[in-house]
Design a protein around this ligand. Structure first.
Ligand SMILES: [Zn+2]
Ligand SMILES: [Zn+2]
Length: 319
């Protein structure tokens, strides 16, 4: 929970978040943001002159009326890049390159329109369940993947063990099964790695860490799990559950131990790595404070990592 003594959040334009969203409640302003977003994808500087912008949004609109809507966005989602120096320019300092003159998106406008773009898709953004080519680590069944309602799931239809169940933008569905699997495996790896590293992958805030005995949670498949590591961002609400194996996946000792034995954990889909996809190699050593071990066994050798309740690796044992 947010500390009551901390200041309420404001956008960079100093508005309460809801007031910033309220600014968008106008078709003209939405069209302005979209036109400026489209300009970012074109050749040349992503700035449009007043007349060019008005022509793209609504050439018939009265100039002063258009300017009223545009100025409502300036300083919040849009900036004016002047030709006569810093006093007129609102260009974000430190951005390299030729930015042109006129109106362009501020970082907030870029982020907003990029989010809408990320969740937009032409055609059908669903994939019927298809074979992943993986024997379920729990029951040996044929694991399947599917995409619907912006969730990419990887699950065993026989024992219902969930390997992945993540909000994934529909860009992931482009291509055939193997291409999609490869892309979603890499996308999820980066999201997981950020959470594992303690940084919200969406807003860059710290995340909290909570361990929970699997049996005491309501998560599906808990009967096959030992412990859930819940990481949450209190700023934007982003959250994820990690296995301890996922939490230590970028540990340099683990990476090189596996690499020397023919497994590249930096590119293998996590669902193929039993120590990260399941809790079969995970042991709860203590609960107060939490200490949990995960053992990676390959070619007759083993590396055991122990994490404390901050998910820091505090012991490494080779055997
Ligand atoms: Zn299964
Ligand atoms: Zn966040």
């Amino acid at each position: 929970m947010r500390d009551d003594r901390s200041p309420a959040p404001r956008t960079f334009g100093s508005l309460p978040p809801a007031a910033a969203l309220q600014l968008l409640g106008s078709e003209v302003r939405a069209e302005i943001l979209w036109a400026l977003s489209e300009a970012r994808g074109e050749d040349g500087p992503p700035a449009l002159s007043f007349s060019e912008l008005r022509a793209r949004v609504d050439a018939d609109m009265d100039s002063s009326q258009f300017n009223y809507h545009l100025q409502e966005l300036v300083g919040q989602f849009v900036e004016r890049r002047g030709e006569s120096g810093a006093a007129e320019s609102q260009l974000v300092e430190g951005m390299a390159g030729d930015h042109g003159e006129g109106y362009a998106l501020r970082p907030e406008g870029t982020t907003l329109t990029r989010t809408v773009r990320a969740m937009s898709v032409a055609g059908d953004a669903e994939i019927e369940p298809f074979d992943v080519g993986l024997e379920c680590h729990v029951c040996g069944g044929a694991v399947e993947a599917a995409y619907a309602n912006a969730i990419f799931s990887v699950q065993c239809p026989d024992c219902e063990y969930l390997y992945d169940y993540n909000l994934t933008p529909p860009g992931v569905v482009d291509g055939d099964g193997d291409v999609v699997l490869s892309r979603v495996a890499r996308y999820n790896r980066h999201v997981r790695a950020a959470f594992a590293d303690g940084v919200c992958p969406y807003c860059a805030h710290d995340v909290t860490t909570t361990f929970a005995d699997a049996a005491e949670t309501a998560y599906p498949g808990r009967e096959h799990r030992e412990v859930f590591v819940h990481r949450a961002c209190e700023h934007c609400g982003n959250r994820d559950n990690l296995t301890v194996g996922e939490a230590v996946l970028t540990d340099p000792d683990l990476v090189s131990f596996c690499r020397e034995r023919g497994v590249d954990v930096t590119s293998t889909p996590i669902w193929e790595l039993a120590f990260a996809a399941t809790d079969h190699a995970t042991t709860v050593l203590s609960r107060d404070p939490w200490r949990v071990a995960v053992e990676v066994a390959l070619e007759g050798d083993a590396l055991e990592l122990v994490v404390d309740e901050s998910l820091s690796v505090v012991e490494r044992t080779y055997s």
